[in-house]
Design a binder for this molecule. Sequence first.
Ligand code: F6P
Length: 323
Amino acid sequence: MIPKTLAVLTAGGDAPGMNAAVRSVVRSALALGMRVFGVKRAYEGLVRGLLSELGARDVGGILQRGGTVLQTARFPDFAKPDIQREALRQLNAQGVDALVAIGGDGTMRGAAALEGLGFPVVGIPASIDNDVYGTDISIGVDTALNTIIEAIDKLRDTASSHQRAFIVETMGRDCGHLALMSGIISGAEMTLIPEQETSAEEVAAAVRGAYERGKTHAIVVVAEGAKLHANALKEKLDKMNTGFDSRVTILGHVQRGGSPSAWDRLIAARFGVAAVERLAKGEHGVMVGLQATSVLGTRLEEVSIRKRAADLEYYRMARMLAK
Ligand code: F6P
């Protein structure tokens, strides 16, 4: 069945670029002749019937805004089948025949549950944690990483002035992606992640090594889900004579805010169009995502005789979303 009326929601922790994705879903659905309803406050709002129709103008001026204009909510009760059935009742009452769910792994579980009850859903991955299966990158990760490295660059300034070691805690729940990436791009001495246990002694050796090599600062990135927490690590390091005095900075929710980066806006636009076009072809029960972003090798002789042209798919997309 090809849907005539879509609903769109954002759920779980907000992520920069969610608004760009909502705009993309709404504008591409309108371009295909569908009506669109926005659901306020995620699955909880869906159950309470907080749906209102959106036009092209309602999503104007939101592309560059952080957060989500649809708002979001944590709603563990959505795991209950009777609550899910109430959500379906609300969707049916409004004449909605398909849903686009934008969010992280919990959002996709909710989406899978509705799909399992026979309601067509397509998911769009958005979570700064980058722990959603089926995509190499989720909306919001790039902006969060930019926020983190901006903070670490500033911390490095003061760390160098005072010859200190900074222990910086990043978000990510039980996934080490944000910490790992920011460790690489900020030149940290050591990165602690939930997936890999690291002892305080190993960290102390890395920090001491930095001191002995004449470095004026040391940065240690600790994922919030790492076994050894940032404050516990500081206590231990302070007893181990690394050469540096240490301080802890917990970046916290600042990582979730801010205007989305160019990359996040672009994948949000692409995912929104892809989600709606899949629904328009009668496909559902899937999450759209970006895959195969590995580093590969290409023969130099081929590179030297060929050129990379602009992808005209983007031309079509740009026209469709500029309404
Ligand atoms: O999933 C995004 C995230 O920011 C995690 O990194 C973090 O553990 C969690 O949400 C915090 O949730 P809340 O904002 O509900 O405290």
